[in-house]
Structures are given as structure tokens and as C-alpha cells.
Design a binder for this molecule. Structure first.
Ligand code: NAP
Length: 248
């Protein structure tokens, strides 16, 4: 049996990188998936390719009205939502605390942190109508430690916040059978990683005990598990997928 049979899932940032990988696998595992992203052309094409169980809705994850529109479209097309993957995010300006401008700082906080509040805020009532659900918030190893590589305090701060918001919401909504978990990837080969390492100019693999950068599909395996009923007793927890980077 498909592992996401009867799941109706929203995945943000689905037009490229890990979001695309999650969307492909979720549909293959029997879910009905609402893909959202700023990049409508690529998202529409992907949804088209994935067939009738995929719907693309253009969305800025920092916009509350956009979230209301996404949930409405999901319910009208497929029914109440029982999986939310808050995946959209940016690395933002790579600058030290005294150098990063306020606008750059606030942009990262808006896209990486405020969006996670908005997503959970808008989707939880739909999950309550569905009788429960699973929220997967994509944080980072930068939500656990700050002493590697290039992220700014804005990225680190936003990803630490996602971890705390995950726990708060998991405790509040356990009685509604809504599970909430955070995922903490290390270095994953996506457009974001390519842009970051080009700018940084360093050899990212030297920091990784397994000696290689992961493919997006390796993170999808974990997100799929957390979205499915296979993780039925797991909530409020951090799930690290970093080839041992934070064990150092
Ligand atoms: P990516 O390749 O840059 O993809 C992110 C997607 O999010 C893009 O399609 C982007 O659209 C979209 N997006 C950005 N801002 C948005 C907004 N305001 N509203 C809607 N969509 C927006 O990134 P990724 O590497 O797959 O990262 C996915 C998540 O994993 C992020 O939360 C990231 O912080 C986290 N993460 C990544 C790594 C890594 O090594 N790659 C490691 C740890 C954590 P545009 O292209 O149009 O901007």
C-alpha cells in the first residue's frame, strides 16, 4: 500500500530543491499535494507533470492572505489538509552581525520564521477538520549549532526559532492528534547550496564526516516518514539529517 494514501499535503517552496523532491515522492506515495512557491512557471509545470493529484498555487509564504487562499484551494480541490511541510526558506545575506543590514535581517526572519507561524496558524483549523495531521517544519543544523560555515545570525536565529515554535505547537495540539516535528538537514545539494558554496568559495565536504553532500531525496525519505502514519508516536522532536556534522 502507498505510504501516503489518504493524505492531503501542502508543500511550500516546491518549485525547486528539496521541495520539488518532496512533492514528487509524496504524489508517488499516494498523497494529493498542493505545491506552492513564488516561482509560478516552474511550479505549474511540475504540477502538470505530476498529474491530477498535484495542484500548484502561487504563494508568498510571508503573506497571510496567500495562506488563506492556499488552504481554501486545497479544501475545494482535495479536502481538509492533514500534512503541512513548511519548506520554503532562504539563506539570505552572508554577513556578520555588525555588517548585516536590518532589511536583509528582517527578510530572512520573514521567510524562514514568520512563514512557519503563518503556515501552522492557517492550516491547523483544516487539520482539526481532518481529524488530525502531521506538520513538518524544515529547520537546519543551523537551528542546533552556529559554529560552522557561512550562515548569518538571521539564518541561525530563524532556524532556532522554528525548532522552538515546533515544540510549542506540538504540545498545544497533541490532544487534536496533530503531530509537529522539525527536520535539521546538514549540507544538501540544491540550488541554495550551490549558490552558497559558490559565494563562499570553500570546500563544504571537508566539514562532513561521511565526506559528501546529500541528495535532496535523502531528506525526502525522512520527511515522508514524518508525514506518514509510520511516525504516529513522534511529535515535538528534532530530526537531524547531517551525516554526523553536529556530532563533531
Ligand atoms: P532552494 O533550492 O533555494 O528552494 C527554496 C524554494 O523556496 C525556492 O523555490 C524559492 O523560490 C522558494 N521561496 C523562497 N522564498 C519564498 C517565499 N517568500 N514564498 C514562497 N516560496 C519561497 O532551497 P533548498 O535548499 O531546497 O531549501 C529548502 C529548505 O531547507 C529551506 O528552508 C532551507 O533553509 C532548508 N535547508 C537547506 C539546506 C541545504 O543544504 N540546501 C540545509 C539545511 C536546511 P524562488 O526560487 O522563486 O526564490
Amino acid at each position: 500500500m502507498a505510504r501516503l494514501e489518504s493524505k492531503i499535503a501542502i508543500i511550500t517552496g516546491a518549485s525547486r530543491g528539496m521541495g520539488t523532491s518532496h512533492a514528487r515522492r509524496f504524489v508517488a506515495e499516494g498523497a494529493k499535494v498542493i505545491l506552492t512557491d513564488l516561482n509560478a512557471a516552474t511550479g505549474e509545470a511540475l504540477a502538470q507533470e505530476l498529474g491530477p493529484n498535484a495542484l500548484f498555487v502561487a504563494q508568498d509564504v510571508t503573506n497571510s492572505a496567500d495562506w488563506a487562499r492556499v488552504v481554501k484551494a486545497a479544501e475545494e480541490c482535495f479536502g481538509p489538509v492533514n500534512v503541512l511541510v513548511n519548506n520554503a526558506g532562504i539563506l539570505g545575506a552572508m554577513a556578520k552581525t555588525a555588517d548585516i543590514g536590518e532589511d536583509d535581517y528582517l527578510k530572512v526572519i520573514a521567510i524562514n520564521q514568520h512563514s512557519v507561524y503563518l503556515g501552522m496558524h492557517h492550516v491547523i483549523p483544516s487539520m482539526q477538520r481532518a481529524g488530525g495531521g502531521s506538520i513538518v517544519n524544515i529547520s537546519s543544523i543551523a537551528g542546533l549549532v552556529a559554529n560552522y560555515g557561512f550562515p548569518s545570525l538571521a539564518y541561525v536565529g530563524s532556524k532556532f526559532a522554528v525548532r522552538g515554535m515546533t515544540k510549542a505547537t506540538a504540545v498545544e495540539y497533541g490532544p487534536d492528534r496533530i503531530r509537529v516535528n522539525s527536520v535539521h538537514p546538514g549540507f544538501i545539494m540544491t540550488p541554495m547550496m550551490v549558490e552558497a558554496t559558490n559565494e563562499e568559495g570553500g570546500d563544504a565536504t571537508s566539514l562532513i564526516p561521511l565526506g559528501r553532500i546529500a541528495e535532496p531525496e535523502e531528506v525526502t525519505n525522512l520527511v515522508l516518514f514524518l508525514a506518514s502514519d509510520e511516525s504516529s508516536y513522534i511529535s515535538g522532536a528534532e530530526h537531524v539529517i547531517d551525516a554526523g556534522m553536529t556530532a563533531q
